[in-house]
Write a protein that binds this ligand. Sequence first.
Ligand code: RB5
Length: 157
Amino acid sequence: MSQQIGIASDHGGKVLKDKITRFLKEQKLIVEDFGVPLDSSASVDYPDFAAQLSLSISQGKLKRGILVCGSGVGMSIAANKFPGVRAALVQDEFTAKMCRLHNDANVLCLGERVINHDRALDFVKLWLTTEFEGGRHQSRLDKITLIEQTQSAAPSK
Ligand code: RB5
């Protein structure tokens, strides 16, 4: 596991973010932390933090990232607005593995208030170590890319 990985949270995810960051560093991964700091007492807006990390992925500066909020839902919605970002909201081991095998998920979203924090590290391990299967799954991802390219230009009403 030698790669750089981004991580970000809002106030609802900062405790789990800190635990995951310490775990990643123990694995000798280089972590780029987009905030929010653990000692911050501010209530912040999760799209701001999702956007910073997701932009880095979208621009090819980072290959992988982890987003944490209270439920994981807001982070996943925001991250998936960015072209090239495939964010998966994960609450179990099966999804942690499948989102890599079939979806090549490059962003892992977790809910601090939903999942057991020790188990969350197992999800991170699975997501980091499972390779994309390619093949028929690649052509499905190509269709998602086509949606990104064609639907983003849709005029608003
Ligand atoms: C913050 O209270 C909470 O709404 C946020 O962390 C997240 O769960 C949103 O999806």
